[in-house]
Design a protein around this ligand. Sequence first.
Ligand SMILES: NC(=O)c1ccc[n+]([C@@H]2O[C@H](COP(=O)([O-])OP(=O)(O)OC[C@H]3O[C@@H](n4cnc5c(N)ncnc54)[C@H](OP(=O)(O)O)[C@@H]3O)[C@@H](O)[C@H]2O)c1
Length: 266
Amino acid sequence: MADRRETVLITGASSGIGLELARIFAKNFYDLILVARREAELQSLAQNCRIEYGSQVHVFPMDLLVPDASAKLVGQLKDSDLEVDILVNNAGLMDMGRFAEIEVDRHERLLQLNIVVLTSLTRLLLPAMIQRGRGRIMNVASTSSFQPVPSIALYAASKAFVLSLSESLSEELKGTGVTVTALCPGITKTDMYDRAHAEHDSVQYLPQFFLSSVEDVARDGYEACVAGQAVVVPGIPNQVVAGAVGLYPRWLVRGIGGLLGRSSTR
Ligand SMILES: NC(=O)c1ccc[n+]([C@@H]2O[C@H](COP(=O)([O-])OP(=O)(O)OC[C@H]3O[C@@H](n4cnc5c(N)ncnc54)[C@H](OP(=O)(O)O)[C@@H]3O)[C@@H](O)[C@H]2O)c1
């Protein structure tokens, strides 16, 4: 344990899972660095955490898709003399639809945010954690990390990357005092879900027992992160599916995914 309150940097803290993670960390006596584009939402969350939990909260409103965003953010942290004890790479994008019909620009933005920014922030903040002999990184992956998902093909591929990188680093960093956790939520009721629901009728047919609340996802993520657990899948139905994927032959997993995916993009 540090002799001061530890500071958690959360990307995508203006809504959904990131916002709820910020609340839980604040409630558990952490200070916060909040990053996203919507400044008003971040300021309101910051004020709430200061008043309710006495946290020190720093707000960095920024678009993580601008060139060199990670380096710029880390430069601003340095200028403000801020150390990051826990990094939560949560900001992410999802596009639903046929791969060939989604604009190239949207594919590139998804890859940039879900993969490149997550990787570069991790790379830039990790050495100081290793030097201090303590630190936590939590990367928000998905249950789609475990299997191909036609209709969100690129999103699922990006989340497979996040899971793979997180697990590799979690082993590579053994003995350094730094742990890496992949948080793999299933479908969770957030703005991302609401957007998919509004744009694609098929989303309404998803069995409701698969739908998680942000509170449950954030609580499971927080607990796994502070415990240094490598992978966490919130919710029993999601754990059953994620576990089952490894038990069946790949052609069967691909086939079932294809059936569901094609029906949802019809
Ligand atoms: N909801 C689900 O079903 C589900 C399931 C599995 C995994 N996840 C993952 O959970 C994470 C959080 O998503 P969510 O469901 O909570 O959705 P959300 O409410 O839409 O949150 C996305 C967050 O990312 C931020 N963001 C998006 N583009 C950004 C940019 N260019 N620069 C900076 N920040 C940006 C948004 O903030 P601004 O708009 O203010 O920039 C927002 O705070 C994502 O990685 C997502 O893939 C979600």
